[in-house]
Design a protein around this ligand. Structure first.
Ligand SMILES: Cc1ncc(C[n+]2csc(CCOP(=O)(O)OP(=O)(O)O)c2C)c(N)n1
Ligand SMILES: [Mg+2]
Length: 283
């Protein structure tokens, strides 16, 4: 086979993959051209397609923000909830019907700002949910205020002389909070994003995906280029089994590591509830 026809076959397969994944598309995404959130949306299409999830059993729950638009663009069930309240709503959905695949999507402001109190409890309860945090280091929808992940010194609509607060790292928080699957990806790396979202959905328990997702309109400091210059995959020999090591790699800011930092198989909230129910009935 000549290299020319080989390339055609590869492109053909890629096209078929995209075509199948597009059955998950619904409504036209209203994000700005180039927004990093598109990559996570595509990743979710691809993961749902590969896992052959029935759209009747698929629920995406979001908060408020550009990221909050997510459920509108997916051919499944969706809940666009209040700012910062997507996790408790998703938890309720999952408890009401454990058969559903429930994915929570939100921004940095939504998840570690106003909603920051819910994240630790979802993680430590090991609810069987996947949480994708789309981190653009800014409040995108409201046009560029600093968020809890904005770099120190960043000039924004609310910090004209520079941000005075040090940023939080959502990946590190997830590790410390007890999430049983923790990964960081970058919206410029489409295959990594799709693959990690798939692994997160497959994981039994609370899975967390921190997506570095540039805001091309309101964040002129943290961009595709600035992240691209610093990201690096976790080393080949890295094993995602030790929390202290995971935290060391997560806390490194130059380079910023990408990949699966930590995973463990542990009983989920459903398992503990089944045990509780059994004990209560016995009594
Ligand atoms: C209770 C409440 N407070 C404030 C707002 C205004 N508001 C809407 S979106 C948003 C920030 C969204 O930022 P982020 O979660 O990072 O999402 P992004 O738009 O960047 O994807 C804010 C403060 C709101 N809608 N509700
Ligand atoms: Mg944001």
């Amino acid at each position: 086979m000549s290299s020319f026809s080989k390339r055609n076959v590869i492109e053909g397969l890629q096209y078929a993959r995209e075509l199948n994944a597009q059955q998950w598309r619904d409504n036209l995404p209203t994000w700005c051209p180039g927004c990093g959130h598109f990559t996570a949306l595509n990743g979710l299409y691809e993961a749902a397609n590969k896992l052959k999830i029935d759209s009747k059993n698929f629920v995406v729950v979001s908060g408020i923000g550009c990221s909050g638009r997510f459920p509108f663009f997916i051919n499944g069930f969706g809940l666009h909830t209040l700012h910062g309240r997507s996790i408790p709503v998703a938890t309720g959905v999952k408890i009401a019907n454990p058969e559903l695949t429930v994915v929570v999507v939100g921004g940095d402001g939504d998840g570690v700002g106003i909603g920051g109190g819910h994240f630790p409890h979802a993680a430590r309860n090991n609810f069987n949910l996947s949480y994708i945090l789309l981190d653009n280091n800014i409040y995108g929808l409201t046009k560029g205020q600093i968020s809890p992940t904005s770099p120190l010194g960043m000039v924004s609509a609310t910090s004209p002389y520079g941000n005075v607060a040090r940023p939080l790292d959502p990946t590190s928080l997830a590790i410390v909070y007890g999430a049983t699957f923790v990964a960081r990806v970058f919206s410029k790396q489409r295959d990594l994003v799709s693959d990690v979202i798939l692994q997160a959905i497959e994981h039994r328990g609370f899975s967390f995906v921190h997506d570095l997702s540039p805001c091309v309109e309101f964040n002129k400091l943290v961009t595709y280029k600035s992240w691209n210059d610093r990201v690096q995959p976790l080393p080949d020999e890295y094993e995602a089994t030790d929390k202290i090591t995971a935290l060391q790699y997560a806390q490194t800011t130059d380079p910023i590591y990408l990949g699966v930092f930590y995973r463990e198989d542990s009983p989920t909230f459903d398992d503990y509830m089944a045990h509780t129910r059994k004990q209560a009935l016995k009594k």
